[in-house]
Design a protein around this ligand. Structure first.
Ligand SMILES: *Cc1c(COP(=O)(O)O)cnc(C)c1O
Length: 380
């Protein structure tokens, strides 16, 4: 059994990181240190490579969690006179609307249920109906449920109508391909702490340079002004304000480990295997996934709450934690549910260990099956 004091995090961030990523933080660097400047430059260049955006994209790092990067992206790319169409199928899409409320930016929404992907045809229709829309934003993998949105098809609809696309790829970046040579977008927000498996503390926005160059004066926030952050970084190689140095150094180590695993393809393959083991193991115990397999991204899986009244989620959660596995409560309005992540420095042994722990805790609780109440669709 793993050490309950240092559990496996089956959560979509913060997540389990490698020992070597953690060890790379056992030093102090000055922010003007040449070694740190070189690390930061390599980190920025590598992120552009992961999108195949060499020559036309630049990485603008942003101190803070992933939301800081999303907020910086929206505030800096959508001009004061612009209008954003927000595609919502979960909490992270809703958060973007909240950011626009704070900033007083005009926006419209297309909102569908959390267990449904965004339909590209609906996007095309909304754009045709509203010429004021300048930008569209979509979440690549909606971490609320784990649903994968069809970014390529949405990007094609946006480009066909001459509008610009901004992507929150936070929970997918580094494990699910997103290729700037094939998909048209102006910016992608990601962070140090999801599929790249760094420690939390740095958001990044990978920006089409020609589009970013037109963003001067857009941002309503000094700290979150991507244009200014970019300009100062390019001119001085320095951050405007204190960078999370240890986090950036660990991020570079995490990027090297990501490359050694085979980059996006290798990382994605491990996560798909984790997801498969998790879903098969849970189904064998009677649990049902919220999403059909064709909509499920290999990032986080939502399970229906079991019908058995002896199943008390908090007790289930605490006992799994005692056995060294941290899972995630549900955050959905469509179904009573909980979530288990597939990402982080976890492989076959940890996923099998998690299933064994779930089986043992169910036995302790006297829960015979994880089967939910009959879903409505099955009754109809
Ligand atoms: C994790 C995540 C974010 C950012 O969350 P933070 O808690 O601010 O790091 C944004 N969007 C999506 C889709 C995410 O999964």
């Amino acid at each position: 059994m793993s050490d309950p004091k240092d559990p496996w995090l089956l959560t979509p961030g913060p997540l389990t990181t490698s020992t070597t990523v953690k060890q790379s933080m056992l030093r102090d660097w000055g922010s003007r240190d040449q070694e740190f400047i070189a690390i930061n430059a390599r980190m920025r260049a590598r992120l552009v490579e992961l999108l195949h955006g060499e020559g036309s994209f630049v990485t603008v790092p942003m101190q803070g969690s992933g939301t800081f990067a999303v907020e910086a992206m929206l505030g800096s790319f959508v001009p004061k006179t612009g209008k954003l169409l927000i595609l919502i199928n979960g909490a992270y899409g809703k958060r973007m609307a909240k950011i626009c409320d704070y900033y007083g930016r005009a926006y419209g929404v297309i909102e569908v249920a959390e267990d449904k992907p965004i339909e590209p045809a609906a996007v095309a229709k909304a754009l045709a109906a509203d010429p004021a829309i300048t930008h569209v934003t979509v979440v690549h993998c909606e971490t609320t449920s784990g649903v994968l949105n069809p970014v390529a098809e949405i990007a094609a609809a946006v480009a066909a109508d001459g509008r610009r696309l901004l992507v929150d790829a936070m929970s997918a970046f580094g494990a699910i391909p997103l290729d700037a040579r094939e998909i048209a977008f102006d910016a992608v927000a990601a962070s140090s702490n999801k599929c790249i498996e760094g420690v939390p503390g740095l958001g990044v926005v990978i920006c089409r340079e020609a589009a970013l160059a037109q963003c001067k004066g857009n941002a309503p926030s000094l700290s979150l002004d991507l244009y200014d952050q970019w300009q100062v970084l390019e001119k001085t190689q320095q951050y405007r304000f204190t960078p999370p140095i240890h986090c950036i150094v660990a991020f570079e180590t995490a990027l090297a480990e990501h490359a050694a695993e085979g980059g996006v393809a290798g990382r994605g393959a491990r996560y798909r295997n984790n997801c498969r083991l998790l879903v098969e193991g849970m189904r064998a115990l009677g649990f049902q996934t919220l999403l059909p397999d064709r909509l499920q991204a290999p990032i986080i899986v939502t399970f229906h709450m079991p019908a058995d009244p002896k199943f008390v989620f908090q007790t289930f959660y605490d006992r799994l934690r005692d056995r060294g596995f941290v899972i995630y409560p549900g955050k959905l309005t469509v179904a009573d549910s909980f979530r288990i992540g597939c990402i982080g420095r976890l492989g076959e042994a940890e996923m099998r260990g998690a299933i064994d722990a779930v089986r043992a805790v169910m036995a302790e609780l006297g829960v015979g099956s994880g089967a939910p109440r009959q879903p409505l669709a099955a009754i109809a």
